[in-house]
Ligand binder design. Sequence first.
Ligand code: NDP
Length: 471
Amino acid sequence: MKYDKIYIDGEWVTPSTSDVIEVENPATEEIFTTVAKANSEDVDKAVEAAARAFKSFNETSYEERQKYVEEILNGIKERQEDFEKVIRQELGSSYNYTKSAQVEQVIKEMTLALENADKVKFTEHHEGFDLVREGVGVVAAVTPWNFPLNQIQRKLTCLLLAGATVVLKPSTKTPVSAFLLAEVIDKTSLPKGVFNIVPGSGSEVGDALTGHEKVDMISFTGSTKVGRGIYEQAKSNIKNIHLELGGKSPNILLPKGDAKRAVKQSMDAIINNAGQACSALTRLIVPESRLEEVEGYVKQYVEENVRVGNPEDENNTIGPVISKEAQERVYDYIESGKKEATLLIGGGRVESEDKGYYVEPTVFTKVDNNSKIAQEEIFGPVLSIITYNDVDEAIEIANDTTYGLYGAVFGENDEEAYDVAKKLRTGSIVINGAARNPAAPFGGYKQSGIGKEIGWIGIEEYTETKVLFKE
Ligand code: NDP
């Protein structure tokens, strides 16, 4: 299937350029489809449409906006298998992970956002004044490729419920999911101009969009490097900004914590999505005295769970990384790890697959927290095991990073783990392997970003607060 039109002002329209984006399957290296590309003229049209739509959309009732989001949710459910197929093709996420964590997660988060929506107080009455929340205006949403639908959903659900309108620039690596979403939205009764899509490269279309004078807020998910540039750009006309950036998240095994479960939590994080998740727990911080036990569990996990290969085969647990460039980048990190630390598992190229950007899952042990592999986000299936001598040192190591997105603590009991978690400078922390609740907000400290996504706090992010004084 080819997509030769873009979605602006409630219509599929011919873009101003005949250039296309070629979409590659990272498991086979084949270009499996092309999609239309927008340019700065299209960005202008899309932003104008979103600005026109904003006035009346912002005046709709919250109940009406909930109804639109519900229609989109139902449309996604109806096409769940189509989305999953496309996500396997354009991202290369393994069959079972795509099934359990890509579209399912979208459905859960949207459902819970709708259920919890009444926690947002659009009007609060106070002594002598009312506090009114309303949509922030036109949002420029720029998204990455690692969760092609969910990274969009996290912005879209919340901003629609807030009463804002949007121009979306999806990643050029995974644009097809965004086109499917536009097809779903086209079948709903969402007013025209509220949702618009401008596919194209970050340097051209992304830059034109985030710098557009009629954009009121930028909501960006991606690398800290690009986020920093967008932050700079936003300051010139004082736009609202939301940034979801990178991470180098710690997983602390306390002296009497469950080592097997702690290992599983970090290993799952580097296997799922081939480690391409900003929240991946890529620094496993363990007591020096338990290192051998931890290493044993890592080897056991690999033997029992790791099978690298094409996502279309349900038995494979890890697919390729997103591109040739990403594969080379991850291998460079692995080479640097070999010089800085001790290789425990992996470290070679995947020989069984002659095509595709596969990376052998790799674990380094006795890693110094100051080394490159412990400090920089690798965004691939690579784990560093770091040792400590006392709990204060473990906390210091965990916090010794420019990032602060996610974390985990495994202790003898929840109280002990909770006490340590409170000392970590990071946005979310899993206590003793607890499940992540999709109603909870998500976002980082430090250079992992600004603001929170998902749930009612995520909705508030896309509002402005107005104070009305009255007798
Ligand atoms: P990038 O930061 O390279 O790209 C993210 C998006 O920004 C893409 O759509 C990209 O377009 C666009 N973009 C690039 N340059 C500009 C620009 N100058 N102006 C506007 N938009 C621009 O990240 P990746 O897509 O490579 O994703 C991987 C990185 O993102 C990782 O480092 C990871 O840590 C981070 N990330 C963080 C998440 C979080 O929730 N905190 C979630 C997912 C990823 P193009 O199509 O050209 O690439």
